[in-house]
Design a protein. Structure first.
Length: 440
C-alpha cells in the first residue's frame, strides 16, 4: 500500500472513522499488479472527509454520491462514503444514494466479486463474496444476481467482458447468460463510455477469445461486424469466414497499440458488402474502399478522436495494396504516411497474411525489409516532403510565378520528380527544372 494511502486511512481512523482501500486497487494488488489508482471507502461523510483533509487540495468529483478526491502527497485518492444505492432509473446511475456506517453495505452494491474487496492494515481483507476465490479461479462473477446488476448499470456488461479480456479471466456461467440476455441495455450507454471500455478490451491479452464469445454484445455498438460472422469467403486463399479471419489476424498481433489492433479488427469489414462469386470462387473487389466508409462510420459513432479516425481509416484503405521493397516505392509510401503508420501497416499486413489458408500464410520478406528501408531513408535525410525540398515558394516567385495555387502545384511536381529519382534535390538543379516547366 502506498504511503499516501496508508496516511489517508490512518488520518480517517484517528478521527474515529472506519476506512479501507477498496475495489480495483485491492484486486490488482492481490494479483501482483501495480494499481493505476487507489480508492478509499470510509464511514466519514463527505463534509467530514473535507474537514479532515482541509490542509490538502480537494476536488468534489462526485460529492452528490459521497466521493471527494483528495490530493495526498501529490497522489489523487478518491475517498467515498460507505453507501447503499437506491433505484437505477436510467440503467446507469442511482436516483438516490443513502450513506451508511457499514463497509458491508458498500461492498454489497459493487459490480463483481473481484472488485468487492476492502483492505486495511490491522483488520486485513474484507471479502464477503469470495473475491479471492474468483481471483484464484480466474473468473469474473457478479455480486448477487447478475441480471439485477446489469439492469442497474448497463455499462457493467461491457466492464465484465473488458475485465475478462484484460485479466484473461473466464466469466461465470450465470454472469455470461445475463450478459447475453441484457446486452441491449448498452443502447442506453453514452458512446464515450462504450469507447473507453472497448479500447481496453481490444488491447487485452484475452481480446480474441472475448470478441469471439461475445460478438453479439459487440454488435450492439458495432453492428457492422456482425455481418462478418459466419460469412464464408469461398476462396482458396482463405479457410476462415471473414470474422474468424479478422480474429485470427488479431491473435498474431505483437503490439497493444490501439490503432493497429482496431485496424486489424476492421480491415475486412467491407467484404460482406462487396462479395461476388463466379466459377473461380468468391471475390471482394473494392472491399477496402467499402471498409473505409464503414470504419469511418464506426469510429465517428463511438466518438474517437480525429487522429485515431484518420490513422485507422488510412490503414484499412491500404491494407490490401501490395508494396515492393524498392526505394522509389518506399519513398512514395513515406510521402503519404508517417513512419509510425508505415510500421503499423507492415504489422497489419503480416497478421493478415498469417491468418490466410496455411498454403498462403507465409508473410512476404518485404514486410521486414521495408521498415529497415524507412529507417535508412530517414537517417539519410531523404527528401520526402516540401519541407526538405531545396527550393521554396519565394524562389519560384523570383522566377516570375505569381503567388497562389500555381506555386504549390509546381513545387509538388518537383518533389514528385525528386522522389521518383528523376531529379537530384539540389537547389541549382531544381531551379533549372523549374524554369523549363515555367516556360512550358
Amino acid at each position: 500500500m502506498p504511503c499516501a494511502v496508508a496516511k489517508a486511512i490512518a488520518r480517517l481512523e484517528s478521527a474515529g472513522f472506519e476506512a479501507f482501500a477498496v475495489g480495483g486497487c485491492v484486486r490488482d494488488s492481490m494479483l501482483g499488479r501495480t494499481p493505476n489508482d487507489w480508492d478509499i471507502t470510509t464511514s466519514a461523510r463527505p463534509e467530514q472527509t473535507a474537514a479532515l483533509f482541509s490542509d490538502c487540495r480537494t476536488v468534489e468529483t462526485g460529492i452528490k454520491h459521497g466521493t471527494l478526491t483528495v490530493i495526498m502527497d501529490g497522489m489523487p485518492l478518491e475517498i467515498t462514503t460507505f453507501r447503499n444505492d437506491g433505484e437505477y432509473a436510467d440503467n446507469r446511475h442511482p436516483v438516490k444514494v443513502t450513506f451508511s456506517t457499514r463497509v458491508e453495505d458498500d461492498l454489497s452494491r459493487r459490480d463483481f466479486t473481484v472488485n468487492a474487496m476492502a483492505y486495511r492494515d490491522g483488520r486485513g481483507l474484507v471479502d464477503l463474496f469470495d473475491g479471492i476465490g474468483d481471483l484464484t479461479r480466474r473468473r469474473i462473477a457478479c455480486v448477487g444476481d447478475p441480471e439485477t446488476r446489469f439492469r442497474e448499470d448497463g455499462l457493467r456488461i461491457l466492464r465484465a467482458i473488458r475485465f475478462a479480456s484484460v485479466l484473461d479471466f473466464e466469466i461465470a456461467p450465470e454472469t455470461t447468460d445475463a450478459i447475453h440476455a441484457c446486452r441491449a441495455l448498452l443502447q442506453n450507454i453514452a458512446a464515450e463510455r462504450i469507447r473507453e471500455e472497448f479500447c481496453k478490451l481490444i488491447c487485452g491479452v484475452g481480446a480474441v477469445r472475448i470478441l469471439r464469445e461475445y460478438h453479439d454484445v459487440i454488435a450492439e455498438f458495432i453492428p457492422e461486424l456482425e455481418a462478418c460472422v459466419g460469412f464464408a469467403q469461398n476462396t482458396k486463399y482463405h479457410h476462415l469466414d471473414v470474422f474468424a479471419h479478422s480474429l485470427a489476424a488479431l491473435s498474431y498481433c505483437k503490439t497493444d497499440d490501439l490503432v493497429t489492433r482496431l485496424s486489424i479488427l476492421l480491415h475486412d469489414v467491407g467484404k460482406p458488402l462487396t462479395y461476388t462469386e463466379d466459377e473461380n470462387g468468391g471475390h471482394f473487389s473494392g472491399h477496402a474502399a467499402a471498409g473505409v466508409e464503414l470504419t469511418e462510420r464506426i469510429l465517428r459513432r463511438l466518438r474517437f478522436d480525429n487522429a485515431t479516425q484518420s490513422a485507422v481509416t488510412v490503414l484499412v484503405e491500404r491494407h490490401d495494396i501490395p508494396i515492393v521493397a524498392e526505394e522509389r516505392a518506399v519513398k512514395r509510401l513515406m510521402r503519404r504516411m508517417s513512419e509510425e503508420n508505415i510500421l503499423r501497416l507492415m504489422e497489419i499486413k503480416r497478421c493478415d497474411r498469417l491468418a490466410h489458408a496455411p498454403e498462403y500464410s507465409v508473410p512476404p520478406p518485404e514486410l521486414e525489409r521495408i521498415p529497415v528501408m524507412v529507417r535508412e531513408l530517414l537517417a539519410a535525410d531523404a527528401c520526402l516532403s516540401l519541407k526538405t525540398l531545396r527550393i521554396k515558394g519565394d524562389d519560384l516567385i523570383a522566377l516570375g510565378v505569381p503567388a497562389g495555387k500555381e506555386i504549390g502545384r509546381l513545387l509538388t511536381e518537383l518533389l514528385d520528380a525528386v522522389i521518383e529519382g528523376d531529379l537530384e534535390n539540389e537547389r541549382d538543379t531544381l531551379l533549372q527544372e523549374a524554369k523549363k516547366r515555367i516556360k512550358k
